[in-house]
Design a protein around this ligand. Structure first.
Ligand SMILES: [Zn+2]
Length: 179
């Protein structure tokens, strides 16, 4: 099992990559990993939720500073994620096929199901504590191409809803919400 296959299978099983995952608080991520890249608001009409980034992990953070979505872009050919021990950002080649990934899910004891197929893609889903994570595989190289013998992972998207706790004064601004 390659490093990226193991990391992504554990992401399916636990909904976490190191400290990163839906429900994590941004100040805790800053304490553990340092400052993230700061992106734009998700919707230009509202300051929150906003995009943040660690490595090539893309996080959507609510104004209450809880992570509500994590996107792992796999199409770049590598994933850049915090190392489990050192929390330094590490790159791993990320070519992962459907058969490799589903075998890895079974190996790590992850409960998974097949999602709804769309033209050109298929999806594997897991759910942990109300956090749903989908792994999207590309099933053809292009519209007129024959199906791939083994679909290739394109991205993973983890999402969860939450009820916001009351905002603290530290959360009124645009920063990380750290006191
Ligand atoms: Zn919230």
């Amino acid at each position: 099992m390659t490093a990226s296959t193991r990391i992504l299978a554990e992401f399916a099983r636990t909904a976490r990559i190191g400290p990163i995952g839906c429900g994590a608080a941004l100040p805790e991520l800053v304490a553990a990993l340092g400052r993230p890249f700061v992106g734009d608001p998700v919707d230009s009409t509202s300051r929150w939720p906003r995009w943040f980034g660690y490595g090539n992990l893309q996080l959507v953070v609510c104004q209450c500073r809880l992570v509500v979505q994590v996107i792992v872009p796999v199409w770049h050919g590598e994933i850049e994620v915090p190392d489990a021990r050192t929390h330094a950002m590490v790159s791993h080649p990320s070519e992962v096929t459907y058969s490799q990934f589903t075998a890895a899910l079974d190996a790590v004891g992850c409960d998974w199901r097949r999602g709804r197929d769309l033209p050109g893609q298929c999806t594997v889903e897991s759910e942990v504590d109300g956090i749903r994570t989908g792994f999207v595989f590309v099933t053809t190289e292009g519209y007129d191409e024959p199906p791939l013998a083994d679909p290739v992972l394109n991205k993973a998207v983890s999402s969860a809803f939450h009820d916001c706790p009351p905002l603290t004064p530290d959360q009124e601004g645009d920063d990380f919400g750290v006191a």
